[in-house]
Design a protein around this ligand. Structure first.
Ligand code: KIV
Ligand code: ZN
Length: 516
């Protein structure tokens, strides 16, 4: 089994995404989380680009502990950039210099307007200089996948002789296709083994045609032992190979790749949400591993299969990537089996066929109205319409009134955004009015006052899930209550109402959990 080293460049290639600039505390927060994720390398920035970047790299270098990852940063192959990297990473427990210089004809001729020999000797001199500063030096042959193979190899051979300890082969513009890229890596690997088998062969793949992960994985199959990637696949243009996808790709098919990584996969979801929230970059809902729907099963056939045995439709356990719960989101298309299972999980476990048919009918009515039905909605149906049939629940004290949305009014303006909201619980009505930093904050503050619970909102997202005048907005939130995280969602044509409903859903979830 080969250990595959994971090099995270979220803070360098990832931060090149327009609008994704982070401040210093945010960078340190992400770097510490990458340490918890147990990546092998953190590329913390491009220190020659600005004083801010230099300081950020230096602070990350100081923040990472001695058992943590190697800290590096990017330099072009010149003294000034290399000095900037050295001076910013030297405080790290395990520092490394990373430099990049193109090898493709396009780069050599059009970008540098030099001869291939001139470029190669610039690279060799840069490595020799970097070696006078630190023992670990990575050399990236930019645009390797579009380079003339023999020139690429001559460059690699020369920089390895000059002391490079890692050779990184980037598919800078996402041009590579898996079979061809695998073949390139295999040839480089075989030659590299002949000249120095201690040198690490690495790849850095971009996603311009959606192949970054596939190209990274085929590279592993062909001898690469280090992968460069970013959280959520963010990065220049279409982004880089997604860390969570390569790590889980290798883990799920360890038998095929004969490899493993040191990634603490249970930290994946947390890291992904942190990067998304701090950078303000949404994750598409169906994104592999970290998308909101990555573990949601909504079709009746799938829910039915899954309930018989999880492995029917699940190759990754959500908890293995840090997703706390797998709630089957019931929709009008969910089958009877899924509905029955949800009811049983809630304690409604013995009903006649006739009662179940009635419950199913009520469920379909609600699903048509609400689009998505959650556990507490089912609870509400049962309480409202079937209480007599299930009075054993009342007897053992499980019965509990949940909050119901009644009405709201929201005023959004520059000075005092405010909200008035009315909820019902049992027969009682509750109304609160508050101001907030914005309309959603005002709504959430009013809700908190009504329920009198200490809830901390840690994630809030709003997405459009249909088009046109009747477009639905889906609000997805996470709140923390007594140290535990609760996810919830709600859909409505009014996004502020969807936001309020998602919060009420979370409250009801907590009430239900604490009642049982
Ligand atoms: O895409 C690229 O070639 C890079 C290098 C700096 C590795 O980001
Ligand atoms: Zn890149």
């Amino acid at each position: 089994m080969n250990k595959i080293l994971i090099f995270d460049t979220t803070l360098r290639d990832g931060e090149q995404v327009p609008g994704a600039k982070l401040n210093l505390p945010q960078k340190i927060k992400i770097a510490k989380q990458l340490e918890a994720l147990n990546v092998d390398y953190i590329e913390a920035g491009f220190p020659a680009s600005s004083k801010g970047d230099f300081d950020a790299v230096k602070n990350v270098a100081m923040a990472i502990g001695e058992n943590g990852p190697v800290v590096t940063a990017l330099a072009r192959a010149n003294k000034n950039d290399i000095d900037a990297v050295y001076n910013s990473v030297k405080v790290a427990k395990k520092p490394m210099i990373h430099m990049v210089l193109g090898t493709s004809n396009i780069h050599v001729e059009k970008k540098f307007n030099k001869s291939k020999d001139q470029i190669m000797s610039l690279g060799v001199d840069a490595v020799k200089y970097a070696k006078t500063l630190l023992p670990d030096v990575q050399y990236s042959t930019e645009d390797a996948s579009r380079s003339d193979f023999e020139y690429l190899w001559e460059t690699i051979e020369a920089v390895v002789k000059a002391g490079a300890t890692i050779v990184n082969v980037p598919d800078t513009v996402g041009y590579a296709v898996p079979e061809e890229f695998g073949e390139l890596i295999r040839k480089l690997h075989d030659r590299l083994m002949n000249i120095n088998d201690k040198v690490i062969l690495s790849v850095h793949c971009h996603n311009d045609t959606g192949l970054a992960v596939a190209n990274s994985l085929i590279a592993v199959k062909n001898g690469a032992t280090k992968l460069e990637c970013t959280m959520n696949g963010i990065g220049e243009r279409a982004g880089n190979a997604a860390l969570e996808e390569v790590a889980m790709g290798i883990k799920v098919r360890e038998d095929y790749y004969k490899a493993y990584t040191g990634i603490n996969t249970r930290e994946i979801k947390k890291t992904s949400s942190m990067v998304s929230n701090l950078m303000g970059l949404d994750i598409q809902v169906n994104k592999a591993i970290t998308g909101e729907n990555a573990f949601a099963h909504s079709s009746g056939i799938h829910q039915d299969g899954l309930l018989k045995s999880r492995d029917v439709y699940e190759i990754i356990r959500p908890e293995d990537v840090g997703v706390e719960e797998m709630e089957l989101v019931l929709t009008a298309r969910s089958g009877r089996h899924a509905l029955k299972d949800a009811l049983e999980k809630m304690g409604f476990d013995s009903f006649t066929d006739e009662t179940f048919a009635k419950i199913h009918e009520k469920f379909l009515e609600l699903a048509d109205k609400k689009k998505e039905v959650y556990f507490h909605d089912l609870y509400y149906i049962m309480e409202k319409d079937f209480a007599n049939e299930f009075n054993h629940l009342h007897e053992n004290g499980k019965s509990i009134d949940l909050y119901e949305f009644v009405d709201f009014q929201v005023i959004s303006n520059n000075v005092y955004p405010s909200a008035t909201i009315t909820l019902k619980k049992g027969k009682e009505l509750f109304t609160e009015s508050t101001v907030g930093d914005g309309p959603i904050d005002a709504v959430y503050t009013a809700l908190r006052k009504i329920v009198n619970m200490d809830l901390k909102l840690v994630e809030y997202k709003i997405n459009s899930i249909s088009q046109g005048k009747e477009a639905l907005g889906r609000a997805s939130i996470q709140v923390i209550y007594e140290g535990k995280g609760y996810h919830s969602r709600a859909v409505d044509t009014d996004i502020i109402k969807a936001s309020a409903l998602a919060y009420i859903n979370a409250i009801n979830k907590i009430l239900l959990e604490n009642a049982s």
